[in-house]
Design a protein around this ligand. Structure first.
Ligand code: NAP
Length: 423
């Protein structure tokens, strides 16, 4: 009989990720091992070496990894490896869905402050990191010491930087947040809940002392309103009685621009304007009119664009308000007229959900649950996505091309890796 310990020695890494090997490599090594141990040829023909290994509790996995920084098309590779049965408090996971966020690409480019360490645990030729920070996974096996998770549970990562663009993973249960009630929720909704909606939620709640007695009479303004964060902001603000002015970029035709404005108004945006309208001389009077001649103050600005757009947002703010910068899509610096600081005492903050989540793990979980509750009740709509179906046979180049699109702008939706296999 081909024992588990023999498999481990063939594969080489008990307890953790086994080193990788190419399909033929693995097949031939296992075939020779099986001959030694009297295994029949029929076992060798099972779907390459994949199911062959899972007979012994090993799971084969593919991961999008990088060993140096650069454009995804130049540095990202699909790497195959195997995962041992979980032990202790470990659990094995299967990917349901994972979004492709701008920060994920910045991380691969090496221009993002958090850099997952390059390691050899997956058996890549050079030390590597698995890309991706967010995703929904299903628990497919648990170690004997796992207390909080069971087979079939859906989970998200407790922290960013754990590498989510992979078909399977092995993690300690302490690294995961269990979705307590997955009823009525989809992989898309769960896979995109922990970064963008949490960012929007915390920025609205934590940077302004809203006067709840004045619900419906206070405003926030934001650029990048068509982004995942922007759409979450619109819906949460609507839920909490805060009016919103939302800035989007013009589309190719006025019909397309109008369609986008309508879409955001349908989500709950009070007003939607284009960047050109924001930067025009008339914007002051537009704001004056919207806010009942300034009687309804704009008390918070959320900026993920920078440059002139950020300056224009700041100019609309009531004295003592906050402008929170959380992204820099235009790559332009934020410049501020001194008068805004001297005479209006505006406050300029930054927010980074990764750091915030590390410091506030329980609050992060509560925030996720709040958003999922809204989602379940139909009050928080899905972001538009462009699905990249990922099955076992999907070519790495297809996935990498999808990742490369992430920062291209004017897209129909956010890229989403959707894993299709059931094992
Ligand atoms: N600090 C944090 O904790 C945190 C958390 C989440 C996200 N973020 C940041 O928030 C931003 C949005 O992220 P997301 O995941 O919500 O984005 P997303 O859904 O992938 O959408 C990207 C958005 O960026 C806009 N955009 C792209 N290039 C632009 C440019 N040159 N000028 C103006 N807008 C531009 C796009 O507008 P079009 O639709 O017009 O193309 C789109 O709305 C990113 O900068 C991201 O890094 C930060």
């Amino acid at each position: 009989m081909f024992s588990c310990s023999l498999i481990r020695s063939v594969i080489g890494n008990p307890g953790g990720y086994a080193p990788s090997f190419c399909k033929t490599d693995t097949a031939s090594r296992l075939v020779s091992a099986s001959k030694q141990h009297g295994r029949g040829a029929s076992h060798r023909t099972l779907n390459g070496c994949r199911r062959w290994i899972s007979v012994y509790g090993y799971t084969q996995s593919k991961a999008l990894v990088y060993s140096r920084y650069g454009e995804p098309k130049d540095v990202l590779q699909l790497h195959k490896h195997s995962i041992s049965p979980p032990h202790g408090t470990q659990v094995n996971l299967r990917l349901l869905a994972a979004p492709l966020n701008p920060a994920d690409v910045n991380q691969i480019q090496g221009v993002y402050p958090s850099k997952p360490p390059f390691q050899t645990t997956l058996g890549t030729r050079e030390p590597s990191a698995v890309a991706g920070n967010e995703g929904a996974f299903e628990v497919i096996a648990t170690g004997s010491g796992a207390k909080n998770l069971s087979k079939g549970d859906w989970v998200v990562m407790k922290q960013t930087g754990q590498g989510t663009w992979r078909t399977h993973a092995q993690m300690d249960e302490s690294q995961l947040i269990k979705i307590e009630n997955k009823e009525g929720l989809t992989p898309l909704q769960i896979s995109t809940v922990s970064v963008n909606p949490v960012t929007a939620y915390r920025m609205i709640k934590d940077f302004c002392n809203w006067d709840w007695m004045r619900a419906g009479e206070e405003w926030l303004i934001q650029n990048g309103a068509n982004s995942g964060v922007g759409r979450a902001t619109i819906q949460l603000a609507r839920e909490w009685g805060i009016k919103t002015i939302n800035v989007v970029r013009e589309r190719k035709t006025s019909e397309e621009t109008e369609a986008l404005k309508r879409e955001l108004r349908d989500l709950g945006a009070t007003a939607v304007v284009t960047e050109a309208e924001l930067l025009s001389g008339e914007f002051r009077s537009t704001v004056h009119e919207l806010t009942r001649k300034g009687k309804e103050p704009i008390r918070l600005a959320l900026n993920c664009v920078g440059g002139k757009s950020a300056t224009a947002l700041a100019k609309t703010l009531a004295p003592g308000s906050h402008l929170v910068t959380y992204g820099a899509m235009s790559k332009q610096p934020v410049s501020l007229p001194s008068g805004l600081l001297i005479f209006k005492n505006l406050v300029f903050d930054g927010f980074w959900v990764s750091k915030w989540g590390d410091k506030n793990p329980q609050l992060k979980e509560n925030t996720i649950n709040d958003v999922l509750q809204l989602t379940r009740s139909g009050r928080f709509k899905d972001i538009p996505v462009e699905e990249l179906k990922w099955s076992w046979d999907t070519d790495g180049s297809e996935l990498v091309a999808g990742v490369q699109e992430t920062l291209s702008g004017y897209r129909g939706g956010k890229g989403l890796l959707k894993y299709e296999s059931q094992d």
